[in-house]
Design a protein around this ligand. Structure first.
Ligand code: ADP
Ligand code: MG
Length: 695
């Protein structure tokens, strides 16, 4: 018991940790003693064996030993002390740029020396520059280390050696009693079943001399997998618990006659795709249950998610409940509002609008009607979260473009329809096509439906990548497109997050483009314009009264103008792949051949080249998401704080993708057969890390 206390004690309980060190440790996520155990090495140094000098290879970090044959100070470009060392099998030069008189007097011919350092190519032979060294007695063997030496990620002011010592102290408190095994047999990872958590931790901090170093460096060692697995499992359990808590509640059964939905289908100018039909069916099945639906619909840009949302809303209203649809931007919310009014008002369904930039009186009226139940479907932005928004009988919450909202916000809106034990159904939609296993991790509290088919008749967008010194050519291309009665988007991006600067840049661009292209009718939209003005411009563009629309990334989501056939994106290298793909999705929405020009400011980094190349090569949102994930990592792609994804300490969602597929099953086994251990597991890994608010 006493030992157990040691692991959960604050690090200040350890020898050598005062307030200063504790502060630095917090920077690397370490507060309790056990956090040190989960602070894993980045790599290892092998000081367990002496490398014969004849066997050295470049770039290796090795331990060597030999006798100094010659020691001299060279005055070249930089003064340096050179010691020629040999061991009978070969030789190497030790090079010191900084050295004291005392060092110079120690490092003399005939001394036996042991060094650790990286082997490099010098002007005359192999060298080690500023190795760690130790002078030895002339005779007798000096022991080497028994284990590989871990190298930890650290922070300024916290020396590698100090960190190593602290972790050693923590390891000395580690055993089966202080860190009990929580995985039950049915939930163990097959490939590393022989490792208990304690074994795995001990192994990765202190690998034996014969450890497969490369495997460790690649993070493929079973001990490492064992740790990543347990962390991922803890995360999965957290999400499942969240889901289970929701499932304790009842939800209104929303089930209406087919004719209500048919009324919409009859007026649509197109039949639903098979994928739309399937996903609609999955949603309706959930809504007909007295448990809250928690479903995520994934579908690439343009796959037709809006109509699926509308069908769900109709079902809710026809069953006597209200529905709400929330979008991340005002522009998109407005478009949804207009679409919903078009589709639903002929069926006598009253649609209301709620956004930040409404006048007070408009808003008051709308809120009163919403509360009285006169409005059946509310559409809006996050203004819908506010306390003053009260529903009469909310049965369905639809959230568009989920990746823009956090778990908290999703839950906040849902809670508007909650009374003591009832909750509305939840439908979230995203165009970020997250690979399935990852989605199952990030959204483990949701069921997933995928619209994996595009409506027929779309022509793929051709994408080109150009440096911005070819701007002139691009402008000619714009002109040519407009001559053919096509319309053009010109998207301005800025690295600054400041909306003000973004808008300024868009204004300047619009002015300079108008100068270059005096015949064209050019409009401008950006985030700081009045809703009404934006509206006027967008409508004019939609109706063909404008040839070109200059915009900030506000047009990224949703907006639909089928006659637009060219999109130019400035500073494309500054945007994420998924965002570029979304933007590009604004064109190619009709039958005409469409183009997207990604302009970048040279020189383009290697990473930047890889990203733009990926967009040029494919239009497949899933492939792009996968690449984005590899290039930028899941935190960036999903927005770590935006989802239920915590910052992982050990696991890596790219490297450990292979583990994700078994996670769901393992979590179920734990919950069913060992609920207490499941709780403990969540606490061990995420006690203070995930905060879902009031759930
Ligand atoms: P997203 O999935 O990006 O939200 P939208 O719902 O905005 O896509 O749909 C994109 C465009 O495709 C809209 O103009 C919509 O009317 C149209 N559309 C949706 N479903 C179909 C379909 N089954 N056949 C043809 N066009 C469709
Ligand atoms: Mg959409």
């Amino acid at each position: 018991m006493a030992a157990d206390k040691q692991l959960s004690q604050p690090v200040t309980a350890l020898k050598g940790v005062g307030d200063k060190v504790a502060e630095r440790l917090i920077k690397i996520g370490v507060q309790q003693v056990q956090d040190l155990l989960f602070h894993l090495p980045l790599r290892y140094q092998d000081r367990t064996r002496l490398m014969p000098l004849g066997a050295l290879r470049l770039q290796q970090e090795v331990l060597i030993e030999g006798v100094i044959q010659l020691s001299q100070v060279k005055f070249g470009r930089r003064r340096s002390l050179l010691c020629h060392v040999s061991d009978g099998t070969g030789a190497i030069i030790l090079r010191f740029f900084h050295f004291s008189k005392a060092q110079q007097q120690q490092l003399t011919k005939g001394r036996r020396i042991r060094c650790f350092g990286e082997v490099r190519n010098g002007p005359a032979s192999l060298e080690m520059v500023h190795p760690e060294y130790q002078l030895l007695a002339e005779e007798g063997a000096v022991p080497v280390e028994n284990e590989l030496t871990p190298v930890y990620p650290t922070t300024e002011g916290l020396h590698q050696l100090s960190l190593r010592k602290l972790i050693k102290q923590a390891l000395s408190c580690l055993d089966q009693e202080t860190m009990p095994e929580l995985l039950i047999d049915g939930a163990r990872l097959h490939q590393s079943a022989e490792y208990s958590l304690v074994d795995a931790l001990q192994y990765v901090h202190q690998p034996p001399p014969d450890a497969p170093v490369q495997q460790l460096l690649d993070r493929h060692h079973p001990a490492q997998k064992r740790l990543a697995y347990e962390e991922l499992l803890a995360q999965q359990l957290t999400m499942k618990k969240l889901r289970a808590q929701t499932q304790h509640h009842t939800a209104p059964v929303l089930q209406a006659k087919q004719d209500k939905r048919q009324a919409l289908l009859d007026v649509l100018p197109f039949p639903l795709t098979q994928a739309q039909k399937r996903v609609t069916h999955e949603i309706l099945q959930d809504m007909a249950e007295p448990r809250p639906m928690q479903r995520l619909v994934q579908g690439d840009v343009g796959s037709g998610k809006t109509v699926v949302a509308a069908l769900a809303a109709i079902e809710a209203v026809a069953s006597g409940c209200q529905a709400v649809m929330m979008a991340p931007t005002e522009l998109l919310a407005e478009q949804h509002f207009r679409t919903f009014v078009n589709w639903l008002s002929p069926m006598n369904i009253e649609v209301g609008w709620c956004a930040g930039k409404q006048t007070t009186s408009e808003r008051k009226q709308m809120l009163a009607r919403l509360q009285a139940g006169e409005i059946s479907v509310a559409v809006g932005t996050h203004a819908l979260f506010q306390d003053e928004v009260v529903f009469n009988n909310l049965g369905l919450v639809i959230i568009d473009e989920q990746h823009r909202f956090g778990v908290h916000q999703r839950l906040a809106l849902r809670d508007k329809g909650c009374d003591i034990d009832s909750m509305p159904h939840q439908l979230v939609m995203t165009a970020t096509p997250i690979p399935r296993t990852l989605a199952m991790t990030a959204y483990a509290d949701l069921n997933i439906s995928v619209i994996d088919e595009m409506p027929p008749g779309r022509t793929p967008v051709t994408t080109v990548v150009l440096p911005d010194n070819r701007r002139h050519d691009v402008i000619e291309r714009v002109y040519a497109a407009c001559q053919q009665q096509r319309q053009v988007y010109w998207v301005c991006t800025l690295i600054e997050e400041s909306e003000h600067l973004q808008c300024q840049a868009a204004e300047d661009t619009a002015t300079s483009l108008q100068d270059s292209l005096p015949d064209l009718r050019i409009g401008l939209v950006h985030g700081r314009m009045k809703t009404k003005d934006k509206d006027t411009v967008m409508t004019a563009f939609k109706e063909g009264q404008l040839d070109m629309l200059v915009a900030t990334t506000v047009i990224e989501v949703g907006v639909d103008v089928p006659n637009a056939s060219l999109m130019v994106i400035e500073n494309a290298e500054r945007l994420g792949l998924a965002q570029l793909h979304q933007l590009r999705g604004r064109v190619g929405r009709g039958q005409i051949e469409s183009h997207c020009v990604l302009m970048y400011h040279p020189p383009l980094s290697e990473n930047g080249q890889a990203r733009l190349k990926c967009l040029r090569e494919t239009n497949d949102g899933f492939k792009i998401a996968q690449r984005d994930l590899e290039i930028r990592g899941p935190g960036e792609v999903l927005g770590t704080r935006q989802t239920g994804l915590p910052q992982f300490r050990v696991a890596d969602l790219i490297d450990d993708q292979d583990l994700l597929s078994v996670m769901d099953n393992a979590a179920n086994v734990m919950l069913k057969e060992a609920p207490k251990q499941a709780d403990a597991l969540v606490n061990r890994w995420f006690a203070h890390k995930i905060d879902f608010g009031n759930v």
